[in-house]
Design a protein around this ligand. Structure first.
Ligand code: ZN
Length: 158
C-alpha cells in the first residue's frame, strides 16, 4: 500500500511541475502586461511570442536570410542567435545549432501530448520555438525558431 501511495504522490508532483512550467526557476527581467505587449508587437508577433503560437512553415522572411549578422528577439531586442550557427534544416523554419550563451532558456512543454523543449528569450520570456536533438555538429541540437519572433541585424561591411 505504501508504494502505491508513493507512486500517486510522485505522479501528482510530475503533473503539477509540467502544469506550472517551471515558474520561479528563471526570473525574466522584462515584464509587461498583455496590453503593453500588444502596443509593441504586431498581431502575428504577439500570437507567437506571448501566446506560444507557431507560424506556418516556409512562411517566415528570415528562413532564407543568409547574410552575416545577429538575430535578436522581436520582443525585447536581446541578441539570441548568430548567423554562423544558422543551417538549412529543411523544416521550413529558421534553424540554428546553437544560441548565444545565456540568452535563451529551455523549459519542458507537454502541450499536444508531446514532450518538447520550448525555447524562451531569457530577457522577456518570449516564446521562440522548440529545440530538438537531431541537429548538426558540434552541438547536435536544432533550435527550430519562428521567423516572427526574431529580427535580423546584418553586420555592416567594414
Ligand atoms: Zn526577448
Amino acid at each position: 500500500m505504501r508504494s502505491i501511495a508513493f507512486i500517486i504522490s510522485l505522479s501528482c508532483l510530475a503533473f503539477s511541475c509540467s502544469g506550472q512550467s517551471n515558474s520561479g526557476v528563471h526570473e525574466f527581467p522584462v515584464q509587461k502586461s498583455p496590453e503593453e505587449w500588444k502596443e509593441v508587437l504586431s498581431e502575428e508577433e504577439y500570437e507567437i511570442l506571448r501566446e506560444k503560437g507557431t507560424e506556418p512553415s516556409y512562411s517566415g522572411d528570415l528562413l532564407t536570410e543568409k547574410r552575416t549578422g545577429i538575430y535578436t528577439c522581436a520582443g525585447c531586442n536581446q541578441e539570441l542567435f548568430k548567423s554562423n550557427t544558422k543551417f538549412e534544416s529543411g523544416t521550413g523554419w529558421p534553424s540554428f545549432y546553437d544560441a548565444v550563451n545565456g540568452k535563451v532558456v529551455l523549459q519542458t512543454d507537454s502541450s499536444f501530448f508531446l514532450l518538447r523543449q520550448e525555447i524562451l528569450c531569457s530577457n522577456c520570456g518570449g516564446h521562440l520555438g522548440h529545440v530538438f536533438d537531431d541537429g548538426p555538429k558540434p552541438t547536435g541540437l536544432r533550435y527550430c525558431v519562428n521567423s516572427l519572433s526574431l529580427d535580423f541585424i546584418p553586420k555592416e561591411k567594414p
